[in-house]
Design a protein around this ligand. Structure first.
Ligand SMILES: Nc1ncnc2c1ncn2[C@@H]1O[C@H](COP(=O)(O)OP(=O)(O)O)[C@@H](O)[C@H]1O
Ligand SMILES: [Mg+2]
Length: 241
């Protein structure tokens, strides 16, 4: 579904993403890990159209994404959540999800239809009781859940999830990663997920891609990645550049 080849993104003299190839299939949950500064968020921004890579191609259902602006890529069916949740905090919880439903991949139906849909996604994340609260009153964990619901309401084919683990209790993280698995199982949506909390990403993904200093150094099942020497070295800071 998503096929990236030879993607390179530079910032001045720094090569943040260095000649990276990977693909993601329909219905796959793929993890993206790597030490701080490895280029993970830059790769997401390159997929989402925030950055234009200097080199390479990113095909989504055979359509080239490189060069397209972010809103067009979103309408192609790629939605994202952020390392620090970007909910609309002056709006109610329900209106946050409704915004996703109205500005999604498909043209919106009537307001009533879209509101109905928004409720379904609120139920999915178990926040119906908070529907009329301002998003600013939610916990960090609930705001991340809300961001997921807003992304799902736009009915994407792929969601890019940047670090849900930071700032959450183990239990909150469990609930959220459970919802990412349900996202795939119930809606058939593919998930590409950056995470530094290893337990969560090792148990909830089908496959993991590892970046280090902009380069892809591994791609395999969680077991394979855990046993990979280059990966261990990268995390110990001992990898060769
Ligand atoms: N907008 C930017 N301008 C300049 N350098 C950047 C920018 N964004 C990221 N970088 C640099 O690119 C490298 C990769 O960063 P990033 O993609 O955020 O890593 P990660 O998400 O894996 O921690 C880092 O060295 C970072 O300082
Ligand atoms: Mg990052």
């Amino acid at each position: 579904m998503l096929t990236a080849s030879e993607v390179t993104k530079r910032f001045g003299g720094l090569t943040a993403v260095d000649d990276v190839d990977f693909s993601i299939d329909h219905g796959e949950i793929v993890g993206l890990i790597g030490p701080n500064g490895a280029g993970k968020t830059t790769l997401f921004n390159s997929i989402a159209g925030v950055y234009t890579p200097e080199n390479g191609s990113i095909l989504f259902d055979s359509e080239e994404l490189v060069g397209k602006p972010p809103h067009e890529i979103a309408r192609n069916g790629i939605m994202r959540t952020f390392q620090t949740a970007r909910t609309f905090n002056e709006s109610t919880v329900l209106d946050n999800v409704l915004a996703g439903a109205m500005f999604g991949k498909n043209d919106p139906g009537s307001l009533d239809e879209e509101r109905e849909k928004a409720w379904e996604y609120l139920e999915f994340i178990d926040l119906e009781n908070e529907a009329e609260e301002d998003a600013s009153n939610l916990t960090i964990a609930h705001r991340k859940q809300l961001e997921l619901a807003r992304a799902l309401a736009s009915e994407p084919d792929l969601i890019l999830v940047d670090e849900i683990g930071s700032g959450l209790t183990p239990r909150e993280l469990d609930e959220l990663s459970g919802n990412l698995q349900k996202t795939r199982d119930e809606f058939g949506i593919s998930v590409f997920w950056i995470e530094h909390v290893m337990d969560a990403i090792m148990t909830a993904t089908d496959r993991i891609i590892v970046l280090n200093q902009g380069e892809k150094i591994a791609n395999g099942t969680p077991e394979q990645v855990q046993q990979n020497r280059r990966v261990a070295e990268a995390y110990l800071g001992g990898a060769e550049a």
